[in-house]
Design a protein around this ligand. Structure first.
Ligand code: PLP
Length: 372
């Protein structure tokens, strides 16, 4: 189905371009205590999320109001006991945000600080874990949306598990778009949100947790509305009831988005589409002389950072506006030591859309170079 009723494609890491049928699913009102909503939608979603995340038994899911960060904050604030200590692996803005959350909540923490183009190393992680025995939990971002870098979760989770620590993964921008089994990896808490690879609209996030770990979190939360354990208990006991007003329309749209993910062929098929989008994008941009920030083997299929063209007349805002007029919205860069912009591949965005984008970029560059 062509996405004709949108004025432009969002080539951003979320909110992203959704399908017309996902948006249409929001046209009804729902009662937050009726079975139609709780059992018929919320419980179905919770179950599907667990099935998508792992084939292992013993996992459960909690949905949480707010943007994705609220779910990260709910997790960090609810799972680390008063005498616990969090190790944060930081190689970008979202890793940094986890450290900031720990700071705000007065949670003891240590941050492994890396620059945005460097992958975490297993040796460094082992070194920190073996030096500081008070560390109980480790948090890392899977796809660091700052650059588009995919962090090495297998290697990191192996180390975390062999040291008996609790593993928290921010898979906000990758879950649903990159196949993984969190039970296989040994991840205890995995966080994502409605408006990324599952292609729903914004309004809530979710946490998929190893149930025995979540059960240990009673009374640990540092915030009432972001108490992950309490929210989970309410959803379990009352079969899909949220403690406080839930974003009903968003949740209904998410239910539709999950149906469409299955129709597409599941996470593996979506991964293939995103990967092909990214391949067409990178090849097309490089032909136009626009280079990627990261080496190819560090890329994710989610979002790609490009160095800004070196032409003296180049100006991001102007470039952005030219592309927007042609129906494409791109994303500014977020890397501290390089002048970049970013283009996302996720959402209801298909190979031909990326081919059209390359043509639009080429035309815009020509215009910017003074050839209008
Ligand atoms: C999008 C994103 C978040 C959450 O962002 P919100 O703006 O709060 O929804 C967190 N981590 C990563 C890696 C993300 O891509």
């Amino acid at each position: 189905m062509e996405n004709v009723d949108n004025q432009y494609l969002l080539l951003t890491p979320g909110p992203l371009t959704t399908s017309p049928s996902v948006r249409e699913a929001m046209l009804k009102d729902w009662c937050t205590w009726d079975d139609d909503y709780n059992k018929g939608i919320v419980q179905v979603i919770r179950q599907q999320l667990v099935q998508m995340a792992t084939q292992h038994h013993g996992y459960t899911s909690v949905l949480m109001q707010g943007s994705g960060t609220a779910s990260v904050e709910a997790t960090i604030g609810s799972v680390i006991p008063a005498d616990g200590k969090l190790l944060v692996v930081n190689n970008g803005a979202y890793g940094e945000r986890i450290g900031q959350i720990a700071q705000y909540l007065n949670i003891a923490h240590h941050v492994i600080e890396l620059d945005e183009v460097t992958q975490p190393s297993v040796e460094q992680l082992i070194d920190v874990l073996e030096t500081d025995h008070t560390i109980t939990h480790v948090a890392m971002v899977h796809c660091e949306t700052t650059t588009g870098m995919l962090n090495p979760i297998e290697a990191v989770c192996d180390v975390v598990k062999s040291h008996n620590k609790v593993m928290i993964l921010d898979a906000m921008s990758s879950f649903g778009g990159i196949p993984m089994d969190i039970g296989e990896l040994g991840i205890d808490f995995m966080i994502s949100s409605a408006n990324k690879c599952i292609q729903g609209v914004p309004g809530f996030g979710f946490v998929i947790a190893k149930q025995t770990e979540l059960e240990r979190c009673k009374g640990l939360a540092r915030s009432l509305s972001l108490d992950l354990y309490d929210q989970w208990q309410c959803m379990e006991i009352n079969q899909g009831k949220w403690r406080f007003t839930s974003p009903t329309h968003t949740v209904r749209a998410f239910h539709q988005a999950l149906i469409e993910l299955t129709e597409e062929g599941g996470v593996a098929a979506r991964f293939d589409r995103y990967s092909m989008n990214q391949k067409i994008l990178v090849e097309g941009m490089e032909k136009l002389g626009i280079q990627c920030l990261l080496p190819c083997d560090l890329h994710s299929p989610i979002i790609t950072s490009f160095f800004s063209p070196e032409h003296p007349d180049y100006d991001f805002k102007q470039f952005y506006n030219l592309l927007k007029q042609k129906g494409f919205v791109i994303y500014p860069g977020k890397v501290s030591n390089a002048d970049c912009f970013r283009i996302g591949n996720i959402g209801d965005v298909h190979n031909h859309d990326i081919e059209n984008l390359i043509t639009a970029v080429s035309e815009s560059m020509y215009w910017l170079a003074g050839n209008q």
